[in-house]
Design a binder for this molecule. Structure first.
Ligand SMILES: Cc1cc2nc3c(=O)[nH]c(=O)nc-3n(C[C@H](O)[C@H](O)[C@H](O)COP(=O)(O)O)c2cc1C
Length: 183
């Protein structure tokens, strides 16, 4: 796939099944994430790759978070199933380091680029994905369970696998609606 085709046609797929990337494919996908723009080389990111029992572990963390905030039983029951909407979930994390000239927002941007690069690389190798956040991405219990410090952020849960469905062609956006040209 040509890089420009990938960039012009990337789309998300919520329905995901096996196969998920493994071996050299997974290595390349993660390496693509590590090539994200990175001011002062702080590498302000970390990925947690959840598969097989790792998805149960993540689901259990969601359950505990739901219980802790006093959620209704249906919400709690659903929590354990959320990560199983794909055969793999890559959790993208911003690991913040205090550094003059690189404010927190820049480090969050960098980690978001890294997760998006993972999404694009997965697509380039024939896999599908959807980036999700939801209330668990901001949840204190979830953040603590994943080993995040107070200033760190969960950037997203990238659900990864292969979709049985064809990509839906998205309506084209008009460039001029979003771009001003100064000359
Ligand atoms: C930071 C971030 C968080 C998102 N969180 C969710 C989410 O929790 N649930 C969801 O359905 N889509 C979420 N999305 C949007 C999807 O990833 C996806 O972009 C959207 O469904 C549009 O599809 P497209 O990527 O094919 O244009 C999020 C996107 C971003 C960038």
């Amino acid at each position: 796939m040509q890089a420009i085709d990938l960039l012009l046609n990337r789309s998300s797929q919520p329905r995901l099944q096996l196969p998920a990337p493994e071996g050299n494919d997974l290595e390349q996908i993660l390496q693509a994430g590590l090539r994200a723009p990175d001011h002062k080389q702080l590498t302000p990111w970390k990925f947690i790759v959840c598969k097989e029992q790792g998805l149960d572990k993540l689901g259990e963390i969601f359950v505990q978070a739901a219980v802790e905030k006093g959620a209704e039983q249906t919400f709690i029951d659903r929590a354990s199933q959320l990560p199983k909407r794909a055969p793999m979930v890559v959790i993208g994390i911003c690991k913040y380091t205090e550094k003059e000239g690189v404010p927190r927002v820049e480090q969050i941007c960098s980690a978001a680029c890294a997760l998006h690069d993972v999404q694009l690389a997965a697509k380039a190798l024939g896999f599908d994905s959807i980036w999700r956040t939801g209330s668990y991405a901001l949840d204190k219990h979830v953040k603590q369970s994943l080993g995040l410090a107070h200033e760190d952020e969960i950037i997203g849960f990238l659900y990864l696998g292969t979709s049985p469905l064809k990509a839906i062609k998205k309506p084209e956006k008009n460039t001029a609606d979003f771009v001003d040209v100064w000359q």
